[in-house]
Design a binder for this molecule. Structure first.
Ligand code: ZN
Ligand code: FE
Length: 257
C-alpha cells in the first residue's frame, strides 16, 4: 500500500490546492491554504480530516485560509523559519535540511530562496514527492521578488539534484504560458515541442498539468537548462556563467507577452 494519497484541485484564479493524506495514521496536510471553500470541498469529497498546513511562503494566495482552517480544525501549521513572522498562525518554524515526522514518514525541508527570501519546499524522500509551490512550476519558476537571480538558480539546482522520478506538485497552473515562453528560448528542443502538444491536450480535457517530475523538468524547463549548449547558442551567451544565462531567461519571461 502507498503511504500517502494526494488530492489536487483548483483554488482562486490559478492556484492549486493539494491535500496530502497519510493512509495509515489519517494525518492530512493542506499544502498551503489558498482558499477555504475548495479545501473544505476536497475534505468533504475525500472524507479526510485536516490536521496540518504545510506553508511554503508568506504570499497571501498561499496563507489566506490559515487562520480560518486553524479555528475550524485546530490544525498545526508548519512553515518557513526565515519568514515565520509573516505566516499567520504558524506553530512550527523550520529550515533547510531539517526533518519532521508525519505519520511515521519523514518530511524534509529544502529552502529555496528566490521568489521570497524564506520560501521552503516540502520533500517526502521515501515516497519521492516534492511540493515546490512557487519555486518550480511546469516549465517555469517563480518570479524573483525578494532575492536575486543567482540565489534562485542555486535553489533550483537543489531541486534538480533530486531523483528524476520525484513527482513535483507546484503552486499555480501557469503551464501553457510557460510552455509558450520556453519554446522562444529553447526552440530546437524536441521533447519540449512534444510536451507543448501534451499540455494543450491535457488542458483541453479540463485536466491538471500537475504533478510533473524532476526528470521531465530537467528536459524541458529552460530555468533548469542554463547550461544547455543549444539554449546558450540561441541566446548568444555561450561564454557566460549559468547564473547569467538563468538571469537572462528569467528577465525575458518577465517581459514576455
Ligand atoms: Zn508566491
Ligand atoms: Fe503564489
Amino acid at each position: 500500500m502507498q503511504a500517502f494519497s494526494i488530492e489536487i484541485f483548483p483554488c482562486r484564479s490559478d492556484n492549486y490546492g493539494v491535500l496530502l493524506h497519510h493512509n495509515e495514521s489519517g494525518l492530512t496536510a493542506s499544502i498551503d491554504a489558498p482558499e477555504e471553500g475548495p479545501i473544505l470541498e476536497a475534505l468533504a469529497r475525500t472524507g479526510w480530516t485536516l490536521t496540518h498546513i504545510f506553508t511554503t511562503h508568506h504570499h497571501n494566495d498561499h496563507v489566506a485560509a490559515n487562520l480560518a482552517l486553524k479555528e475550524r480544525f485546530g490544525v498545526t501549521i508548519i512553515g518557513p523559519r526565515n519568514e515565520a513572522t509573516a505566516i499567520p498562525g504558524i506553530d512550527l518554524a523550520i529550515g533547510d535540511g531539517e526533518t519532521f515526522d508525519f505519520g511515521g514518514e519523514t518530511v524534509r525541508i529544502i529552502e529555496t530562496p528566490g521568489h521570497t527570501a524564506g520560501h521552503i519546499c516540502f520533500h517526502l524522500p521515501d515516497s519521492k514527492v516534492l511540493f515546490a509551490a512557487d519555486t518550480l512550476f511546469a516549465m517555469g519558476c517563480g518570479r524573483l521578488f525578494e532575492r536575486p537571480a543567482a540565489d534562485m538558480w542555486h535553489s533550483l539546482q537543489k531541486l534538480a539534484a533530486l531523483p528524476d522520478e520525484t513527482a513535483v506538485y507546484f503552486g499555480h497552473e501557469y503551464t501553457l504560458a510557460n510552455a509558450r515562453f520556453a519554446l522562444t528560448v529553447d526552440p530546437d528542443n524536441a521533447r519540449l515541442k512534444a510536451r507543448m502538444e501534451e499540455v494543450m491536450y491535457t488542458l483541453s480535457k479540463g485536466r491538471f498539468t500537475a504533478p510533473t517530475s524532476i526528470g521531465l523538468e530537467k528536459e524541458t524547463n529552460p530555468y533548469l537548462r542554463a547550461a544547455d549548449p543549444s539554449i546558450r547558442r540561441h541566446l548568444l551567451m555561450e561564454s557566460r556563467t549559468n547564473e547569467e544565462v538563468f538571469a537572462e531567461i528569467r528577465k525575458r519571461k518577465d517581459n514576455f507577452k
